[in-house]
Design a protein. Structure first.
Lengths: 425, 326
């Protein structure tokens, strides 16, 4: 009986696939849109080449040297940076055309002012507002340069007049050599202060641990913005998909086929269970399309595919169970539809599916998000995508399955109660 | 309540035994008594028509008979056994054709039939062969593979009927099976239902079409506002009015009342009255010509008097004071 009911639902879905395809296409489109706008993917722990405009209005020997360093074809700068040496107007034109991620400007008289200490100096950085990662990296880099220059200005302030003279009068190699030698000696004296290990900040374990893991497995485990977004979108749209699947129960109530079923069969559990399995199967198929298909489209590597598959199965059962309960409680198809969307969004937003959980308000982040099954799923799936959630997925999958059993039980109870006085309610 | 045993006019080809017996069936929705102490029986090879206007309680009655609604009071017996004792057993005996088209429009006619056959307990092979039989019988074989959504209204109605017949039910509950279709399609369905009756199926047929009830039902129950007002064969119901004829008198009755006419109420019963027309039944066995003479002598200027056979609508009119077609 159960098999007959399920086959019928699958056949109907096959004949009318548009509603399901929309729910599969939307998250892929949104992921592509957000991903392409805000950064995309970064392979092999590299941040990619940052294309930016370098505007040198100072034109001093120091900045000339810096330009020379940046145009070198080898070294770290060449690997990560792709500067375009243009004037201010051209640079602004380029950033307006979204062709570069930032504009870095060294204003006129910067070197002289810095060396003489005549007045405070400032470097200018104009970031492209449509990009997030590259401008941020460049800003961090510039922050480091500024800190270094501040340190230098404090430590070498007694030698600055000589540097100024050397710069203003022109480069006398012997004088500059002497200055460099003295600077080296001073740096040697300060060695004990600067040789202590640097303190770093590690986010989401995606730097150190991932690096060691990927080096062991020889696979690509770099941060991928598409993966981050896609997991959230998947969490949310799979709820919508489960809602569409379970909506079929309401549809059958409306077209009276459920009543017809009841005129032939006394027990209704098989009918409800077939709908739950149907919705779960749709969600599983959807998750395969989104994560496997999305993985191919957006070059996402899933380091633990079996763990991810198990997690998806658990999430599919949870989504189907939740939507079964909503379908049974909703008075009619139209209200069930609205109800599903509201509940799915209410779970997705605090669950970190639409926005990163860290960006949510404090109260929500600390008191609501930890209890959201969507957050359990999204966090664990993201950890899996970093290759970190070695055992967490087992616990999370178990919690999701347990919750789905409770939800399906509740749905069966309420359906039975609803039909107690007859299907025509 | 009347039954076939007391009605010599009924000629059933099958032995007398109630396939469906309903006793004191009642259902209320809040203050509204949708069905009120309804009693009737349906025998094998009989079509029992439940005739009434929309909202009379026909669908509610059928919903209780097939277990979709729980009655507030009353008993239902299917093939001699109480429905409540073993609902699944009763459901195996009956087939229900709902008023709405309870079909999967994405599936083909054959797939719909096969699916409902499987749900009714047939094996895959049985369901397939029975579906083909029914498609032939319903003259839908050439459209068997087409999706139901491409069918005409009449074809959908036929498939809707067929879906209840896969398991060869002995009792068929038909809830207005010809609503909203053209006369030719209706005729096809009525012929098919006639064939089912001839094969011994007991049929409960609800309708608000007088012509259908008159043409295919062996017995008719008239229901209004949840109450079964009268039942019997068509001739029995007609006899309630005035044997086999009614008099329609056309005149100006604006300023005159039949109650004021000397001895009129002892000779005639008023079935319907308007300013221009009186529909009357003669009381007692009187000769029509004598009645006509009597009517022409009324103290009003009679413009026309006609004779007609009493219809079910006249019966309904007499019972409720309302026209069934209103």
């Amino acid at each position: 009986m159960f098999r007959v009911l399920l086959a019928k639902d699958l056949r109907r879905a096959w004949r009318n696939p548009v509603p399901w395809l929309v729910n599969l296409a939307l998250p892929l489109c949104i992921t592509a849109l957000i991903g392409l706008t805000f950064g995309g993917y970064i392979e092999s722990d590299q941040i990619g080449r940052i294309k930016f405009a370098f505007v040198d209005e100072d034109n001093s020997p120091a900045t000339t040297y810096l330009r020379g360093y940046l145009t070198a074809t080898t070294g770290q700068a060449a690997e990560h940076l792709e500067p375009l040496f243009v004037n201010r107007e051209t640079a602004l034109q380029l950033i307006n055309n979204n062709e570069i991620s930032s504009v870095f400007i060294i204003p006129a008289n910067f070197t002289i002012d810095y060396l003489t200490g005549r007045k405070s100096v400032a470097l200018e950085l104009i970031k492209n507002p449509t990009e997030s990662i590259h401008p941020a990296v460049l800003e961090e880099l510039l922050g480091t340069v500024v800190t270094g220059m501040n340190v230098a200005s404090r430590y070498f302030q007694f030698e600055q007049p000589e540097w100024k003279a050397a710069v203003q009068k022109g480069a006398d190699p012997r004088q500059i050599l002497e200055l460099i030698e003295r600077a080296g000696q001073r740096a040697q004296m300060a060695r004990q202060y600067i040789s202590s290990p640097l303190i770093g900040l590690e986010k989401n374990g995606s730097t150190g641990k991932t690096k060691s893991n990927t080096s062991e497995s020889g696979t690509d485990g770099g941060f991928n913005l598409f993966a981050y977004i896609l997991i959230g979108m998947t969490g949310m749209y799979l709820l919508f998909l489960a809602g569409s699947g379970m909506m079929d129960l309401q549809r059958e109530l409306r077209i009276r086929t459920f009543e017809r079923y009841q005129t032939l069969r006394q027990r209704t559990w098989a009918f409800l269970l077939s709908k739950v399995v149907f919705a779960g199967a749709l969600v599983l198929f959807g998750s395969f399309v989104l994560l496997a298909g999305g993985g191919l489209i957006f070059h996402i590597h899933w380091p633990q595919p079996l763990a991810l598959a198990a997690l998806m199965c658990a999430y599919a059962s949870f989504a189907a169970g939740l939507m079964a309960l909503l379908a049974v409680l909703a008075p009619d198809e139209r209200q069930a539809n609205s109800f599903n969307y509201i509940v799915a969004l209410s779970l997705s937003i605090p669950g970190g599916c639409m926005f990163p959980a860290g960006a949510l308000p404090d109260f929500m982040r600390h008191h609501i998000t930890p209890f959201m099954p969507t957050a359990w799923f999204a966090d664990t799936a993201r950890e899996l995508s970093y290759g970190n959630a070695k055992f967490t997925w087992i616990l999370v999958s178990f919690k999701l399955v347990l919750l789905s059993v409770v939800l399906i039980g509740a749905a069966a109870f309420f359906l039975r109660r609803r039909l107690k006085t007859g299907a025509r309610t | 309540m009347m039954n076939a045993e007391s009605n010599p006019g009924i000629n059933l080809p099958f032995p007398r035994m109630s396939m469906l017996k309903v006793q004191g069936l009642s259902k209320a929705f809040g203050a509204n008594r949708a069905v009120d102490s309804v009693c009737f029986e349906v025998s094998p090879g009989e079509i029992y028509g439940l005739l009434g206007p929309n909202g009379a309680g026909k669908t509610t009655t059928i919903s209780m008979l097939c277990g979709l609604l729980k009655p507030d009071a009353g008993e239902i017996f299917v093939a001699g056994a109480a429905f409540s004792a073993d609902p699944q057993k009763a459901k195996r005996i009956m087939g229900v054709v709902p008023q709405d088209l309870a079909l999967y429009e994405e599936l083909s006619g054959r797939e719909n039939l096969e699916f409902w056959g499987r749900i009714a307990g047939l094996s895959s092979r049985e369901a397939k062969s029975r579906a083909m039989e029914l498609l032939d019988a319903l003259t839908l074989a050439d459209r068997a593979k087409d999706a139901v959504k491409t069918y005409s209204g009449g074809m959908k109605r036929r498939i809707n009927l067929g879906c209840a017949l896969l398991h060869r039910p002995q009792l068929l509950l038909l809830d207005e099976p010809t609503v909203g279709i053209d006369p030719q399609a209706r005729l096809n369905i009525l012929e098919f239902i006639g064939q089912l009756r001839a094969s011994g199926t007991a049929i409960l047929y609800t309708t608000h079409y007088l012509e259908e009830a008159e043409s295919i039902c062996q017995r008719i129950g008239i229901i209004d506002q949840g109450k079964l007002l009268a039942e019997g064969t068509l001739s029995q119901l007609q006899e309630r009015l005035g044997r086999d004829r009614l008099f329609v008198v056309e005149a100006d009755f604006k300023d005159s009342s039949p109650d004021a006419w000397d001895g009129f109420n002892q000779r005639f019963r008023v079935i319907q009255r308007s300013e221009k027309q009186l529909v009357l039944a003669a009381i007692g066995a009187r000769d029509p010509s004598e009645c006509l003479k009597d009517l022409l002598g009324l103290p009003v200027r009679v413009e026309n008097v006609t004779l007609k056979r009493p219809s079910l609508n006249d019966v309904f009119l007499q019972l409720t004071g309302r026209d069934l077609r209103e």
